[in-house]
Design a protein around this ligand. Structure first.
Ligand SMILES: NC(=O)c1ccc[n+]([C@@H]2O[C@H](COP(=O)([O-])OP(=O)(O)OC[C@H]3O[C@@H](n4cnc5c(N)ncnc54)[C@H](OP(=O)(O)O)[C@@H]3O)[C@@H](O)[C@H]2O)c1
Length: 286
């Protein structure tokens, strides 16, 4: 079985480490975290691996996972390259990081030593490793980097029921921004809506009910009908007069929210028009 060293066994590292350990995909070897105590906890969670407290204590391995925070990847890769160069290890291991926004180019110092570099980003909110273990099956996983590393990671990730696909290095920022649109902006938009309701006189105690009903209806409609089919409101009706008046009202209340309202309304109008154009085309060809 191939050996795996882990640098950064937090939520993502522990989840993948444990799943690979349970499925017998990798033999988990050394685990290095920021603190030695945390590496010990991680090894207990994974159910395998030897915690170490310095790079110098890590043995050569077939595969290295750098699941450290994004801001740490470059410096950890540099330190690992110094360590690998100093130990004169002639194997050409695979090394990958788990960032969605960053490409495998961050691992350039290791690529220069002949290592096969990649990134593997699993599209799941790893709130805790305990929860992620349960939620992981079926998770989409974006692979990017050297072809040989991608092929090996595809096998390893598929073995724990990830659904792998490839992303071009040049598209990683756009790819990750899409995930921000898909999930991170939802709480922001909801918070603006709730503040605007309060400012317009909606009683505070009605907000939890409004949140639950509107959000769950929207999720059900988008899931069933797709985004275009689920669009309602003034943009869906092409009511540009109502949109312009509401934009003024929102801007008077909060200038940033007003700017967001205008941009989102323009995107909504574009979507509604595309839907109308598609319907007209299919009607004329039937
Ligand atoms: N969380 C998510 O939902 C999610 C989803 C997909 C991808 N990712 C990506 O996965 C990667 C890891 O994220 P995470 O959420 O798992 O982070 P995390 O829970 O904060 O864990 C990071 C781990 O890295 C260790 N660490 C930090 N600096 C280090 C260093 N210089 N050397 C060795 N270990 C170090 C930390 O050690 P200590 O425990 O000692 O502090 C911690 O165990 C990131 O690239 C992130 O973008 C995250």
């Amino acid at each position: 079985m191939q050996t795996l060293n882990l640098i950064g066994a937090g939520r993502v590292g522990q989840t993948l480490g444990r799943l690979w350990q349970e499925r017998g995909v990798f033999a988990i070897q050394n685990v290095l975290n920021h603190s030695a105590a945390s590496a010990e906890v991680a090894c207990r969670f994974i159910g395998a691996g030897n915690p170490v407290n310095a790079l110098a204590q890590m043995r050569p391995a077939d595969v290295w996972m750098l699941a450290v925070p994004d801001a740490q990847i470059e410096s950890v890769a540099g330190a690992l390259a110094d360590h690998a160069g100093a130990t004169n290890d002639h194997r050409e291991p695979i090394v990958f990081h788990c960032s969605g926004a960053q490409s495998s180019a961050l691992l350039a110092p290791l690529a220069l030593l002949g290592w096969q570099t990649a990134s593997a980003h699993c599209i799941l909110s790893f709130a805790s490793a305990d929860a992620a273990i349960q939620q992981f099956p079926g998770t989409a996983c974006a692979l990017e980097g050297d072809a040989s590393a991608i092929a090996a990671l595809q096998t390893a990730c598929s073995a724990i029921q990830a659904r792998c696909f490839e992303v071009q290095s040049s598209n990683k920022l756009l790819y990750h921004a899409a995930a921000v649109f898909a999930t991170n902006f939802l709480p922001v938009i909801q918070a603006v809506a709730e503040d605007a309701w309060l400012a317009s006189g909606v009683p505070q105690d009605l907000l939890p009910g409004l949140r639950t009903s509107l959000l769950s209806n929207a999720v059900a409609n988008i899931t069933r009908l797709g985004p275009a089919g689920a669009l309602t409101g003034p943009a869906a009706r092409g009511d540009v007069t109502a949109i312009a008046k509401q934009a003024v009202a929102v801007t008077q209340w909060d200038a940033q929210a007003g700017a967001a309202y205008e941009v989102l309304s323009a995107l909504a109008l574009r979507m509604a028009k595309a839907t109308t154009d598609t319907s007209a085309t299919s009607a004329s060809t039937n």
